[in-house]
Write a protein that binds this ligand. Structure first.
Ligand code: FE2
Length: 253
């Protein structure tokens, strides 16, 4: 079975459409999202509607669960006052613009999904999907975390060698194997932060004791996204962020 895993769409409808079309040209048998469907771009309702229309199941990102529960902030990390201010603007904007239907959809997302590619009748490999970590959807699990951190999270998730845990939240893709367990950050569809503006997602195959990961990058109509942000009352900074694929000094969200 090949899975397409998409994360951190962040209301970037042009990017989501491009990834949706790219997945249609692959042999992926199922698509799942890893959360953060909304925030930072002006198409939250349209993005959620497309996910719902395609029947794409997925988990609740911090943005989804905070919008759904009217939490005081989006649970994002801020590294400087300007970024903190921008995050608040995005969060307030998103809360004011999501429809009741979208809010209900976000509130109904599960925290975690378990896939058993060989079927639940066999003790085969398990693929666990979460937004950030198996304990909280706000913790940043970046590639520089030590092996011990990964194994601690694997223990929380109840993983064994051969299993996979996939997550997003940092918007920077990476994959590493520790003690036979695969740790996979799928990157971001709608707001990459690794300096590559193209939408990112992953094709994951788990078969016959082998795990294979393909990181894909897809060009999309960036100008449409930029125009949409500029035409909205969201800060123009978010358009510039998309254009540059984020930059190392702008790590929020
Ligand atoms: Fe995110």
């Amino acid at each position: 079975m090949r899975y397409a895993l998409i994360s951190d769409l962040h209301a970037n409808l042009p990017a989501l459409r491009a990834v949706d079309a790219d997945i249609a040209g692959t042999d992926a048998g199922a698509t799942y999202h890893l959360g953060d469907l909304v925030g930072y771009a002006p198409w939250p309702d349209e993005s959620v509607a497309l996910i719902a229309e395609r029947g794409i199941a997925g988990v609740a990102g911090n943005y989804d669960s905070t919008v759904a529960t009217d939490y005081k902030h989006c649970g994002c990390r801020y590294e400087d006052p300007r970024q903190e201010e921008l995050s608040h603007v995005s969060y307030d904007w998103t809360r004011r613009h999501v429809s009741p239907r979208t809010k209900a959809f976000l509130g109904g997302l599960p925290f975690r999904i378990d896939l058993l590619p060989d079927g639940g009748h066999l003790a085969g490999p398990r693929v666990v999907l979460v937004h950030a970590t198996p304990t909280l959807n706000t913790v940043y699990w970046s590639e520089d975390r030590p092996d011990e951190f990964c194994l601690k999270m694997a223990a929380h998730a109840g993983l064994k060698p051969g299993d996979v845990i996939a997550f997003g939240h940092t918007h920077v893709p990476w994959h590493r194997e520790v003690d036979g367990i695969h740790f996979l950050n799928t990157g971001s569809v709608g707001r990459p932060k690794d300096g590559d503006w193209r939408a990112g997602y992953v094709l994951l195959e788990v078969a016959k004791g082998r795990v294979s990961v393909e990181f894909r990058r897809v060009e999309y109509d960036l100008d449409e996204a930029v125009r949409g942000i500029r035409a909205s009352d969201l800060p123009d900074d978010f358009a510039e962020f998309l254009r540059t694929g984020g930059s190392p000094d702008r790590r929020t969200g």
